[in-house]
Design a protein around this ligand. Structure first.
Ligand code: PMT
Length: 228
């Protein structure tokens, strides 16, 4: 029998949204279901990797054989990601839709309607950038990010590839019926190679089959740095 293509590799995948509390009963979040990240974790496990799946609040079953760490906020997700890298990680895939901002201060008690006020102003502060922190770390795995864009997908994806110092970026168009929560997705994978940026398009298909195709391409392009 031929060895599985990801045998011996430790792969960490982040998935789902983060949830940023405002008060004991309210929070900020987004429409990520976790399907893309869970499909990647399942595919990585099937290809022979040892997989850690760091997930925000979702309603999905843990793929068989995958180690799952549940988190709520972006701060929690960063801590879990750093711990996973510290334990040993060869490939880090950031498919989570991390909230860019959180409430500047958490209210211990339920926020009350202000008498006579028609508007309410919330002050938000920036969350840490998880994938950029991992990519800037000392024990740096191969790092693959996602870019969720509603327009100018290639332009913004390439900007994130460079700015966050990623090895590759998976760009997807998102919108009311695209990317988030659907069972299918279409993406373009970008990376910097000798002679310029390379792209590999993966047409609309189920997130499960897309995850397999993505992993094969990630392993092929990074074969040298992922070699045992
Ligand atoms: O979960 P599903 O319903 O299946 O939907 C899948 C998906 C659309 C969420 C997924 O395919 C996807 O695109 N995930 C990334 C969503 C996102 O937050 O993209 P972004 O362009 O805002 O972020 C760029 C990259 O930085 C991502 O790898 C993200 O994980 C990472 N990031 C962003 C902000 C932050 N504070 N920390 C991060 O690590």
């Amino acid at each position: 029998t031929t060895p599985k293509p990801a045998a011996g590799l430790r792969i960490t995948v982040t998935a789902g949204p983060t949830r940023e509390p405002l008060d004991p009963v309210r929070y900020l979040t987004n429409r990520s279901s976790g399907k893309m990240g869970f499909a990647l974790a399942e595919a990585a496990q099937a290809l022979g990797a040892s997989v850690t799946l760091i997930s925000g609040p979702v309603t999905l079953e843990t793929p068989h054989g995958v180690r799952r760490v549940d988190v709520t906020t972006a701060d929690d997700m960063l801590a879990a990601a750093q711990q996973s890298v510290q334990k040993g990680c060869d490939l880090f895939i950031s498919s989570a839709a991390v909230a860019d901002y959180k409430a500047a201060s958490y209210a211990e008690h339920k926020l009350k309607k202000q008498n006579g006020e028609e508007t309410l102003t919330l002050t938000l502060v920036k969350n840490p950038d998880i994938v950029a922190t991992i990519a800037a770390g000392e024990r740096r795995p191969t790092v693959v990010g996602f870019a969720a864009e509603t327009q100018d997908v290639e332009h913004y994806a390439l900007d994130k590839l460079t700015r966050k110092k990623l090895d590759m970026i998976v760009a997807n168009q998102v919108g009311a019926n695209e990317g988030f929560d659907s069972d299918d997705n279409a993406v373009t994978l970008y990376w910097q190679a000798e002679g310029g940026v390379k792209a590999h398009e993966l047409p609309l298909q189920s997130k499960v089959s897309l995850a397999h195709a993505l992993l094969h391409e990630i392993l092929r392009v990074n074969a040298a740095s992922l070699a045992p």
